[in-house]
Design a protein around this ligand. Structure first.
Ligand code: C2O
Ligand code: CU
Length: 495
C-alpha cells in the first residue's frame, strides 16, 4: 500500500476503464497459507494520504504529528491553526478492512491532546477517549495500534479541549476499504467544516463561554471544503476537478464542524446514497438530499447526467437574508466539470446485511437537556452533567450486555439539536417522534432535533467502556457526555 502500488493501481484502473482485462492476480506465500494477492487500494482524490512506512500489505504504519501550522485561507495574513502533519484537513489514513493500523503520534503542541478514531469499533484502550487515555503531554508520543474491523468512511479528531482544538483544525479523514470493494472510475473524499475568522486579521476569533455559542454551538462565518474557504468573494472557492461522461464515481463525505448541520445535494448527476457512518447499505437509494450532522458520513455513487455540463456537490445551509429571515441557501462544496468520455463497468457491491431491527428489545431512555446553573450553561443526560478532567467523576450512564439488542429513545426537551454519538458501536435509527422513519444503514451518530425524540437500536457488540455524547463540542464539554459499559470491566479490550 505504498505510493508505487497506488500509482500502479491508477494505471490498472485506467486500463479496466477502457474495457481491457485486468492482469491475473499473482499470489504470495505467507507462512503455510497461500494468500491471493490483494488488489491495491484505489486512489481517493481530494486529500493527501499518509505515507505507509510498513511494507507488509496487511499493516499500515504511519507517523502523525500535531503542531501549530499556518494556512493561507484568505488573502492577507495566514491563519494560525493546529494541524496533523502540517495538512489541513489532516492526511488521509487509508486501509483495508482487517488491516493492522499503527500510528506513531507525537504531540508538538504546547497543550495536551488525544486522538479519537471516530466510528472505529476498536479496543476502548485505543479509542482516544480522554476518560481512558491519559492525554499526550506536549513533546510526548503515543502509539495507537489496532485492527480496523469495519469498512467505511470514518474520521479522526482531537478529543481534548475539543471546542478549541477541533475549531483549530485537528481532524482528518479515515477510509477503510471493503475486502472486495466495488471498483469505480474514481473515488473522491470531501470534508466539510466551518470556521469563525476575524475579518481584521484572518485569525480564529475568540471563544465565548456563554450565550448562543454555547447554547447552540459555535458556527463559523466561513464554510470550508477540504480546507478551502468556499463562501465569499475572497475565498478559494469549491474543490474543482474534471469528470468524464460515463463515469461512475464514489464520493465520500465527512462533516467535521463543531456544531453546524446542513443538507447535502448533488446536481448534474444521478446520485445514490450507498453508505452511511457504518459502511455500505444493503440497498442504495436515490439521493434527493440528505441531512448531515457533525460527525456523520455519507458515500454517494455519482453518474453525470447526459445533458449536464457539471456535477456539483452543494451544502444547503440556513442563513439570514437581507431582511433577517432565516432561509436556506446553497453553497458549492465541489464542482466537477464534465469533460471527455469514458465507459465504466457497473460497480459490483458486496452483499451487506444489517442486524435485524424487528426484535424484542428493552427500551431505554436518554433525556438530553440543559439549563443555567449558577449563571453557567450546563447540559445533561438524564439530568446529570458529566465532564472530563481533574476533580470530575465521569458518569457511568448504563451497563449493557454485549450482543443483546437495546432500543434507546433519545429526547431533547429544549430547542437545540443534539447530534448524539456513541463510541465503539453502531446502531440503526428506527423512529422519530414514535413514528418509523426511512434512515437506513448503520450509524454512530444520530441527530436528535429540538423537542423531538429519536429511537435507535444497537446490539452493543464491542466490549469496553465507551463515551456517549453530543457531537456539538460546546454541549459535550459543558456536560452532555457520559460513559456506557459494555460487558464486564475486565473484558474492555475490544473483540
Ligand atoms: Cu467524534 Cu467522542 O467523538
Ligand atoms: Cu448537543
Amino acid at each position: 500500500m505504498n505510493r508505487y502500488t497506488m500509482g500502479a493501481f491508477a494505471l490498472v484502473g485506467f486500463l479496466m476503464g477502457c474495457g481491457s482485462e485486468a492482469p491475473p492476480a499473482p499470489s504470495t506465500t505467507v507462512g503455510e497459507v497461500v494468500h491471493p494477492e490483494l488488489p491495491p487500494l484505489p486512489e481517493v482524490s481530494g486529500l493527501t494520504p499518509m505515507p505507509d512506512l510498513n511494507p507488509d500489505p496487511h499493516i499500515v504504519e504511519v507517523d502523525l504529528v500535531a503542531r501549530p501550522h499556518a494556512v493561507q485561507l484568505l488573502p492577507g495574513q495566514a491563519t494560525q491553526l493546529f494541524n496533523y502533519n502540517d495538512q489541513f484537513p489532516g492526511p488521509l489514513l487509508h486501509a483495508r478492512v482487517g488491516d493492522r493500523v499503527i500510528i506513531h503520534f507525537r504531540n508538538d503542541l504546547a497543550e495536551e491532546t488525544v486522538i479519537h478514531w471516530h466510528g472505529l469499533r476498536i479496543s476502548d484502550q485505543m479509542d482516544g477517549s480522554p476518560v481512558i487515555q491519559t492525554p499526550v503531554q506536549p513533546g510526548a508520543s503515543f502509539t495507537y495500534d489496532f485492527v480496523v474491523p469495519d469498512a467505511g468512511t470514518f474520521w479522526y479528531h482531537t478529543h481534548y479541549h475539543q471546542i478549541q482544538q477541533l475549531e483549530y483544525g485537528l481532524y482528518g479523514a479515515l477510509v477503510v476499504h471493503e475486502r472486495d470493494f466495488p471498483v469505480f472510475s474514481a473515488e473522491r473524499i470531501f470534508v466539510g467544516d466551518d470556521i469563525r475568522l476575524r475579518t481584521t486579521n484572518n485569525q480564529i476569533s475568540a471563544f465565548q463561554t456563554s450565550g448562543p455559542d454555547i447554547g447552540a454551538g459555535r458556527v463559523g462565518n466561513r464554510l470550508l471544503s477540504n480546507g478551502r474557504v468556499i463562501n465569499g468573494e475572497d475565498g478559494d472557492g469549491p474543490v474543482t476537478f474534471t469528470i468524464p461522461r460515463g463515469a461512475i464515481e464514489r464520493w465520500r463525505f465527512v462533516l467535521a464542524t463543531n456544531a453546524l448541520s446542513y443538507g447535502l445535494r448533488i446536481r448534474g448527476a444521478d446520485a445514490r446514497v450507498i453508505s452511511t457512518d457504518g459502511g455500505l447499505l444493503p440497498e442504495a437509494f436515490a439521493l434527493e438530499r440528505v441531512e448531515i450532522a457533525p460527525g456523520q458520513r455519507y458515500d454517494f455513487e455519482v453518474r453525470p447526467q447526459a445533458d449536464a455540463t457539471e456535477v456539483v456537490l452543494e451544502a444547503l445551509v440556513l442563513v439570514l437574508d437581507e431582511n433577517d429571515n432565516v432561509v436556506e441557501a446553497p453553497f458549492v462544496l465541489a464542482r466537477g466539470t464534465i469533460e471527455g468520455e469514458t465507459v465504466t463497468p457497473e460497480p459490483v457491491y458486496p452483499k451487506v446485511s444489517l442486524p435485524a431491527t424487528s426484535v424484542e428489545a428493552a427500551g431505554h431512555e436518554w433525556k438530553l437537556s440543559g439549563g443555567v446553573v449558577d449563571g453557567q450553561v450546563q447540559f445533561t443526560i438524564n439530568g446529570v452533567p458529566s465532564y472530563v478532567g481533574e476533580g470530575h467523576e465521569h458518569v457511568l450512564l448504563e451497563t449493557f450486555e454485549p450482543n443483546v439488542p437495546v432500543k434507546i429513545t433519545l429526547s431533547s426537551n429544549v430547542s437545540p439539536r443534539h447530534p448524539f454519538h456513541i463510541h465503539g458501536q453502531f446502531f440503526q435509527i428506527l423512529e422519530r417522534g414514535g413514528k418509523p422513519v426511512f434512515e437506513p444503514g448503520l450509524r454512530d451518530t444520530v441527530e436528535v432535533r429540538g423537542n423531538e425524540t429519536a429511537t435507535i437500536l444497537s446490539y452493543f457488540e464491542n466490549h469496553g467502556r465507551w463515551m456517549v455524547h453530543c457531537h456539538i463540542s460546546e454541549h459535550s464539554e459543558n456536560g452532555m457526555m457520559a460513559d456506557v459499559q459494555v460487558g464486564t470491566q475486565a473484558a474492555g479490550h475490544g473483540h
